[in-house]
Design a protein around this ligand. Structure first.
Ligand SMILES: Cc1cc2nc3c(=O)[nH]c(=O)nc-3n(C[C@H](O)[C@H](O)[C@H](O)COP(=O)(O)OP(=O)(O)OC[C@H]3O[C@@H](n4cnc5c(N)ncnc54)[C@H](O)[C@@H]3O)c2cc1C
Length: 377
């Protein structure tokens, strides 16, 4: 049976980026991915350009658009535009391409990728993980990374993250052409979708459109409303193929590591519960996961507990406010739009959140300070 330092279940963004980080540190890594190829990922690809620092190659080939403006609408009117010039830019990238480049770079750095393969059983023997796949092949590893995404089977098995994960409902589609969305702008459309919103992010030749509900398990079944959304973006109807996905979102501070095993990305329930931002936490968790495993394998740490602490501190604290904001905003969206989006300083703050310069925690503290001192801000 072949042995590795680390085995990773899932070769999406979190899995491939953890693999690359570990391989660059000189460890032997196995990635087990259930799909043979991934042609279209249900992900709009919006990310803060500051995340380039977590990717060890130039991302210029995956960038489809550099966003200069963020447009907000309430039922296709009441326009607000946030100008991103001057802030660190926000990029739209093609997810399938980024995941593939990460896997290719991992391969070049010696990572073994097994696909298509489904993990059926994981046991521990002599302090090593024994992994059995559906074709009965077996592998062993010293550490295990759970990166199997929002429908993760293994996070629950190892009791990582919330016992009862929380999900956003989403529908996404890619339409040829840009409709009425400018090439260098993204659009957030509120008011049509109860308990959520819709978004339109431009690629070079097409538009990534998404609809999501974030509280109360809101439904996206109403075709008439969905068509209204599509029309607001400048298209006739829902003619393209749609993908429905339940996205696992952040739902509290939990332990996301155990003895020699940890979860990253969506499997660890890290996705932003207000705006569905999942690329940033995937890259951040992959970085700290590799750092923590490296500490253990090189004898500088005894366990992976620092990983959970780092993620809860660097991401969880902001998400705790993101969750509170989502609960109020999506329950009272008209008021939320007036106070949260139409406020004079809001566009700048929103731009700072999207570019990763400010966290929900920073915003919440400002609002609290303003309420206490009644000063403008
Ligand atoms: C409609 C939509 C739009 C989004 N838009 C944005 C956006 O604009 N910006 C942003 O930051 N985030 C966005 N997100 C969130 C983002 O896409 C996710 O957070 C991100 O994909 C998480 O990456 P991951 O690697 O953890 O999971 P995934 O990308 O889902 O990868 C998991 C991988 O594990 C594999 N797998 C699953 N089970 C097994 C198994 N048992 N064995 C082996 N392999 C397995 C899967 O095939 C997959 O390749 C969006 C999400 C949705 C649904």
């Amino acid at each position: 049976m072949r042995g590795y330092d680390v085995a990773i279940i899932g070769g999406g963004l979190s899995g491939s980026s953890t693999a690359l980080n570990l391989a660059k540190k000189g460890y032997s890594v196995l990635v087990i991915e259930k799909e043979k190829v991934q042609n279209c990922k249900p992900c709009a690809g919006g990310m803060a350009s500051s995340m380039q620092k977590f990717i060890p190659f130039d991302m210029k080939d995956v960038i489809e658009s550099k966003v200069k403006n963020v447009e907000f609408r309430w039922k296709a009117s009441d326009n607000v535009t946030a100008d991103l010039t001057g802030e660190s830019p926000f990029w739209i990238i093609k997810r399938e391409k980024l995941d593939q480049l990460l896997l290719d770079e991992s391969l070049r750095n010696g990572v073994k990728i097994l696909r298509p393969a489904i993990v059926e059983k994981i046991t521990k023997k002599n302090d090593q993980w024994i992994i059995t796949c559906n074709d009965k092949s077996q592998y062993k590893s010293k550490f295990l990374v759970i990166a199997d995404g929002s429908q993760s089977k293994w996070a629950g098995y190892f009791k990582l993250g919330p016992r009862k994960p929380k999900f956003a409902n989403t529908i996404s589609l890619r339409i040829k052409g840009l409709g009425e969305i400018p090439r260098d702008a993204v659009r957030f459309e509120f008011g049509f979708i109860k308990y959520g919103f819709a978004w339109a992010f431009p690629l070079k030749e097409s538009l990534n459109i998404g609809l999501g509900t974030f509280i109360n398990n809101g439904s996206l079944e109403n075709q008439a409303i969905n068509n209204q959304v599509i029309r607001s973006f400048g298209f006739d109807d829902f003619s393209s193929k749609t993908i429905n996905k339940r996205l696992r979102i952040w739902n509290g501070m939990y332990q996301i590591n155990s003895d020699k095993v940890l979860a990253v990305g969506d499997a660890a329930s890290l996705c932003d519960p207000f705006l569905a931002e999942g690329i940033r936490p995937s890259l951040i968790s992959s970085f700290y996961a590799a750092a923590s495993i490296d500490q253990c394998l090189s004898g500088k740490a005894d366990d992976l507990n620092l990983y959970t602490q780092k993620i809860n501190n660097n991401w969880g604290k902001s998400m705790a406010w993101g969750k509170r904001i989502a609960q109020v905003f999506y329950r009272f969206p008209r008021t939320g739009y007036q106070l949260g989006v139409k406020r004079k300083t809001a566009p700048k703050r929103i731009a700072q959140i999207l570019s990763g310069e400010m966290s929900y925690e920073d915003i919440a503290k400002r609002v609290i300070r303003r309420l206490l001192t009644n000063s403008a801000g």
